[in-house]
Design a protein around this ligand. Structure first.
Ligand SMILES: Nc1ncnc2c1ncn2[C@@H]1O[C@H](COP(=O)(O)OP(=O)(O)OP(=O)(O)O)[C@@H](O)[C@H]1O
Ligand SMILES: [Mg+2]
Length: 319
């Protein structure tokens, strides 16, 4: 299977509050064509920054981004514009991300117009086709965003992202602003579209519960770093990093026995301006020992495609 996207040691640092926030710090992963990598972690851990740096919306502080095996983070000008056709983003907030003064048709056609893909009747037909694809009615073309519910607005956002036939989409918490009753509909729509259009997703979410269904692989982030990454089923059935275990415990489980075994997360996320020494999770970790304050654990590959960054999780053990 082809690796559509790969990032290697990607870094994005921001200067803020007189210091430096390492929002993305040496993050590496790949996404195979047609697959979904779920990226999870608490608010502020760097998920959005990672997605945007990968897309070139933010200039990386360091590291590399590859698309179909070709390095793209240093590509500029027209070539960069062309890459934008292949890579799109769906935003978290369908209320804020749609211009209230534009019609649904013009919103969806944004990319079509920027890239001069078609005009007139062809343009209208393409918009109608996109509306149909995302489960909206073609009569919606001349309406305005405020006439739609949250779920419908997110469908408009999805149609906009699909307009120019992208291959890869960063879905940045596309359902977290929606009613729980609507979330599954949007997830199912994204899964259907992925199959039909052979899309590849980076799917960002706060918690693990909603993305099992859509993810082939999952990466767990904490304070700018990946702490565990691997096949989704393995992460869910046998999480190894203490942080992943705690995130798992936040998922309501039907099995009461499992609930008893899980520890509760303690304390607040440390300030990203002044993260703890060594392993940045140690201040909240039930397993922390002296070594955790002294040395940051490397992200160690336990087996092909599966890696964990904890001093107490080593290859061959904890299976
Ligand atoms: N433009 C910016 N300038 C300065 N700091 C930033 C900027 N964007 C993000 N940050 C900081 O980088 C860190 C990561 O932020 P980011 O938005 O990527 O997290 P996130 O995981 O997407 O959070 P959320 O789940 O709330 O969306 C945070 O500490 C944030 O304050
Ligand atoms: Mg975010």
């Amino acid at each position: 299977m082809e690796r559509l996207i790969e990032i290697k040691n990607l870094k994005k640092y921001f200067s803020a509050g007189g210091g430096c926030v390492k929002a993305v710090d040496n993050v590496s992963f790949y996404i195979n064509e047609g697959e979904t990598l779920g990226l999870v972690g608490e608010s502020g851990c760097g998920k959005t920054t990672c997605g945007r740096t990968l897309l070139g919306i933010y200039e990386p502080t360091g590291g590399e981004v590859y698309y179909r095996g070709k390095r793209i983070d240093n590509v500029k000008g027209k070539q960069r514009q062309n890459l934008k056709k292949d890579m799109q983003i769906i935003f978290q907030d369908p209320y804020a991300s749609l211009n209230p003064r534009m019609t649904v048709g013009d919103i969806i056609a944004e990319g079509i117009d920027i890239f001069n893909i078609c005009s007139g009747d062809d343009r209208r037909k393409r918009i109608e086709e996109l509306l149909h694809l995302v489960g909206l009615n073609k009569s919606h073309i001349n309406r305005f965003p405020h006439e739609f519910s949250g779920g419908q607005r997110q469908r408009i956002g999805i149609a906009r992202a699909l307009a120019i036939d992208p291959k890869f989409i960063v879905c940045d918490e596309p359902i977290s602003a929606l009613d729980v009753s609507i979330q599954a509909q949007i997830i199912n729509l994204l899964i259907k579209l992925q199959k039909e259009l052979k899309l590849t997703y980076l799917f960002i979410a706060h918690d693990l519960s909603m993305i099992r269904h859509i993810s082939d692989r999952v990466g767990v982030m904490y304070l700018g770093r990946i702490v565990e990454i691997g096949e989704a089923n393995e992460i869910y059935d046998n999480p190894k990093h203490p942080y992943t275990k705690i995130l798992m415990s936040a998922i309501p489980l039907p099995d009461p026995d499992r609930k008893l075994n899980v520890s509760k997360i303690k304390g607040e996320i440390p300030s990203p301006l002044n993260p703890p020494s060594g392993c940045t999770f140690r201040t909240r970790c039930p397993m922390a020992q002296e070594i955790c304050a002294q040395k940051a654990p490397d992200l160690v590959e336990l087996k092909p495609g599966y890696a964990c960054a904890c001093h107490f999780v080593k290859p061959g053990k904890n299976e």
